[in-house]
Design a protein around this ligand. Sequence first.
Ligand SMILES: Cc1cc2nc3c(=O)[nH]c(=O)nc-3n(C[C@H](O)[C@H](O)[C@H](O)COP(=O)(O)OP(=O)(O)OC[C@H]3O[C@@H](n4cnc5c(N)ncnc54)[C@H](O)[C@@H]3O)c2cc1C
Length: 427
Amino acid sequence: MSFPNTWYAQTSLPRAARSELNTVETCDICIIGAGIAGLTAALELTRRGKRVVILEAHQVAWGASGRNGGVVSPGWAEGSGAIRKKLGLEQARTLFRMSVEGVDIVRHNISELALSGCAPSAGTIRVKRYDDAAGVKSHIETMRRDFGYEVNFLDTAQVRERAHTVRYFQGVEDPNALHFHPLNYCLGLAMAIEAAGGEIFEHSKMLAWRHEGSDKVVETAQGSVHCQDLVFCAGGYGGLELQKLSRAYLPIATYVVLTEHLGDSIKNVLDSAAAFSDDRRASDYYRVVEGDRLLWGGRITTRNEQNEKALAAMLKADMVAVYPQLAPVRIELAWSGLMGYSTNKMPNLGLLEPGVWACTSFGGHGLNTGSICGRVIAEAVCGENRRYELFKPYLLDWNGGPFGRVAANAIYQSLKVMDFVQERFRG
Ligand SMILES: Cc1cc2nc3c(=O)[nH]c(=O)nc-3n(C[C@H](O)[C@H](O)[C@H](O)COP(=O)(O)OP(=O)(O)OC[C@H]3O[C@@H](n4cnc5c(N)ncnc54)[C@H](O)[C@@H]3O)c2cc1C
């Protein structure tokens, strides 16, 4: 399958063609999937002196990691409040700190490896679509008191100085978060892994795997890999070859569009270098790229709409609902991608059976979480610590089988109704 036609692909570093696996390889750890999770795990493992092979069904960062919104911020797809309710404050705090560590991993890799083309830019602003100064202040206080994390309050006037829309009220500014070019980041990680002795095979889908003594054997169409540990990092794109893991997540689609160059009139829309999102469950998220174009993401569906025209029309309507001044603006690119979501919205991270690991299902919050989970798996495989056990209460939740997509769609629709009711009666 060819590389998706995204803004990231159009502005990427040269993409080295890597060979397909057609030999029998032996290594310490075989990783399935070259997205941010698999690449981060591999990098962390090569740094620890391990021999690593990555098998990628398409190309490096062909999946969600090379085509997302590019926003790297703390937190998990599941909210901290819900995590706290399930696990208690201590564990929720530990998990939140790990999500911040994920942001730091990305920032650190960009600077330490001198990765080019990543264009990191600091700051996110999350806005309310209804007037709720007290609620926003209380959230900020909870983050400070319970999670030790400082973010800034923006009143409605400050939000509207930056985002020229009457749809928004108060906001939360996070100067520690960042946004960047995720495809170039992943390409940079891949080169660093290879420089450290790791191997990456493209167009090499894992078709099946089995135990052979204490080893695992992974089969592709033309070759095989013998390894001690096997790590599944297949995101929303894996299938039945993942065996029981394939029943523990649902592939959910989300969409991104890119406007034409707006010139100076971008300032009539957005006058800020921060990435914006609203705080609905089905949120819009967007940022300025190339100085005067909007890269706008939104919607979550179980139907992976591929028709570029239909996507452009759908997201344009969302944009204009917030910024009517964008009505005459042309959409120049539109694309979709799949995320793996478990029904509990937390990653499937941990030991599936001896030597077989899951590191997947990061949902729409995968850039920081895929990074920290890649590190946690590397630590686990090397016997350094057992941080992965924190995720045990979430591992391998059944996805509802053939009814899973129907269930997920029903949940999604009901969340949208809740957003509507909340805005209507609080706004
Ligand atoms: C449009 C979009 C916007 C998003 N925006 C954001 C955002 O702004 N911020 C954020 O934090 N998150 C965002 N996300 C979510 C984030 O991109 C993902 O959670 C994250 O990239 C998942 O990384 P991954 O490595 O688990 O999976 P992926 O990047 O999907 O990589 C999995 C790889 O595994 C390969 N694979 C699958 N099966 C096999 C097999 N059998 N053999 C070999 N290879 C296989 C696939 O080809 C794929 O390349 C967004 C997602 C999408 C789709």
